[in-house]
Ligand binder design. Structure first.
Ligand code: 8YV
Length: 325
């Protein structure tokens, strides 16, 4: 029996490529640069399945060029690179990697919050530039984290992880806004109080964005929402770039209408809005919230397990759409 043909769209752990090679006829992208959409379509047109890493767009046009394709396993919990409706219409199963990255990503969200509030990046640049000669009472004086009000927009698994860290570890008062309220049990566990988005923006000392990207959440933080925040507040985005209007944020940071921001994701990444590179009060990281060796390996293995389960047991482990065989 011929093995299903699988495309691995970006370089991933060799041991996971090897595992997949035990089950499938595998073709892997070994280049450090991503394929263009045209290159991806050319590579994918004779494949039965694919492993993607979150940035390859899977839409109707691509699917029309890939008639054999039955499953795409995203090595990411977010799957806004999938046109889910088009995939479902074409009978293509999509999968993601929930749970395995929750705590690691929450750790990073909290680290970015701390770095932003305590101005760690600015301070490091200053030291590296050889500018440290004196002590001054206000040198890199930041804002308090412990005991402050933590706001969370988007209260899924990662948001809850950040809430638990803030409430239990730092004595923060946690408020959140989400499409739906958590159960009473989860609210109690996270010590989190549900509020309207307006109240969240007005009250948070530190606001963390952890909501999925969709047309509805596009620019959920724009000029108007940034204006609702306290001038002393900080904003952290570990969700998706398009959720924040980066140009409006750069203006708010420059004019000190908010104190600081920590950004792991950007509109149009890996490009970063040039105005963000000009303001000192922002910590910038290249989309690494899930990047520990153990977690990235767990993500790659879960994506691989989804492909194996789909072809060998007829059912994916963590599907994002319902597809009838
Ligand atoms: C990944 C992510 O960095 O899981 C997600 O949704 O954004 C990240 O964990 C990325 O997509 C790598 O696969």
């Amino acid at each position: 029996m011929t093995k299903p043909r699988i495309l691995i769209a970006r370089k991933i752990f060799p041991e996971v490529v090897q595992r997949l090679s035990g089950h499938f006829d595998v073709q892997a992208n070994d280049a450090d640069v991503p394929w263009t959409p045209q290159e991806l379509a050319a590579q994918l047109q004779d494949k039965d399945g694919a492993l993607t890493t979150g940035s390859q767009r899977i839409d109707g046009e691509l699917l029309a060029a890939c008639p054999r394709l039955k499953v795409v396993a995203n090595m990411a919990v977010g799957y806004n690179n999938f046109d889910v409706a088009a995939m479902t219409a074409a009978g293509v199963q999509g999968t993601n990697t929930p749970d395995v990255l929750t705590e690691t990503t929450a750790d990073f969200g909290f680290a970015l919050l701390m770095a932003t509030a305590r101005r760690m990046a600015e301070a490091e640049h200053y030291l590296r530039a050889g500018l440290w000669q004196n002590w001054s009472y206000d040198m890199f004086a930041g804002s308090e984290v412990h005991g402050s009000t933590l706001g969370i927009l988007g209260m899924g698994r990662i948001g809850q992880g950040i809430a638990r860290r803030g409430a239990h570890g730092f004595g923060m008062q946690v408020i959140y806004h989400n499409r739906s309220r958590l159960s009473d049990e989860l609210e109690a566990e996270c010590q989190a109080q549900y509020v309207s988005k307006d109240e969240l923006l007005a009250r948070a000392d530190h606001l963390v964005l952890v909501l999925p990207y969709s047309p509805e959440s596009h620019h959920a933080m724009g000029e108007k929402e940034l204006a609702q925040m306290k001038p002393t507040a900080t904003l952290v985005n570990i969700a998706r770039g398009g959720i924040v209007d980066d140009a409006a944020l750069a203006r708010a940071l420059k004019d000190r209408r908010i104190a600081a921001a920590g950004l792991d994701v950007f509109e149009g990444e890996p490009a970063v809005h040039p105005a963000l590179l000009q303001v000192p009060n922002v910590v910038l990281t290249p989309h690494i919230a899930s990047a520990t060796v153990a977690t990235r390996l767990a993500m790659a293995n879960l994506a691989a397990d989804n492909l194996i389960a789909f072809f060998e047991a007829g059912r994916a482990l963590t599907p994002v759409n319902a597809v009838t065989a």
